[in-house]
Design a protein around this ligand. Structure first.
Ligand code: PRP
Length: 212
């Protein structure tokens, strides 16, 4: 049997979707993982162990080598440079980063304020547009910022668009399309090359098959 692979990924929907991709790729994972609050989940028949982390922390576990592999959103990968290999677009959890504001909002100040969970990505985007803005970092509920006057605009994830609608905000620009990526620790890639290459190949054929 090949070496055990440790895989960090977010809990919830991304874990379920990634586990389903692994099953389709021929890995023997349980039909359903129990719904407990366990943070380490074993799949002994596939010789895998999953660490369930916050989405933004997944690359940290992989970069430090405690997880060989991770499933991380492109949003997280764009925000911080990481010493990991991004090897495959898993094409799951599709969404996009967008600029949004209250309807008819005309930025009144010289440097309008933009709130985001992704301050570096937001700053880079507006710089590329030739716009000077002040970026305010928030950790969640970004849509609140323009409603209460903390910011003129936001840069945030849009999935169904429901949160924007519910809060009376309108999307003005799409920044970048986002999907989940398979990332690998560079040392693990050398030491466990056989098991990792096999996983990447098997997942790639499932993802390509799905795309057809
Ligand atoms: C994300 C994102 C938006 C919302 C978009 O927030 O930041 O707020 O989901 O989804 P929708 O377009 O389907 O409404 P999340 O639920 O992760 O919580 P957060 O606001 O605490 O970041």
């Amino acid at each position: 049997m090949s070496e055990q692979l440790t895989i960090a990924m977010p809990k919830g929907r991304i874990f379920d979707e990634a586990a389903e991709l692994l099953r389709q790729a021929g890995y023997r994972l349980p039909d359903a993982f129990d719904d407990s609050r366990k943070l380490i989940v074993e799949a002994p028949e596939a010789n895998m162990k999953f660490f369930l982390a916050k989405p933004t922390d997944v690359p940290t576990y992989v970069e430090h080598g405690v997880a060989d592999i991770g499933v991380a959103g492109k949003d997280v990968m764009l925000e911080d440079e990481r010493d990991v290999y991004e090897v495959l677009d898993l094409n799951i959890s599709a969404c996009y980063l967008a600029v949004a504001s209250l309807p008819g909002q005309t930025p009144s100040t010289i440097a309008p304020k933009v709130a985001s969970k992704y301050p570096k990505t937001a700053a880079k985007y507006f710089k590329e547009q030739g716009e000077q803005v002040e970026v305010i970092k928030l950790n969640g509920s970004i849509e609140l910022a323009p409603l209460v006057g903390l910011a003129d605009r936001i840069v945030d994830i849009v999935s169904t668009g429901g949160t924007l609608r519910e809060n009376g905000l309108v999307e003005t620009e799409e920044v970048v399309h986002i999907t989940s990526r398979l990332i690998v620790n560079p040392v693990s890639y050398r030491v466990k090359d056989e098991a990792i290459e096999e996983m990447v190949e098997r997942l790639a054929s499932v993802v390509e098959g799905d795309a057809e």
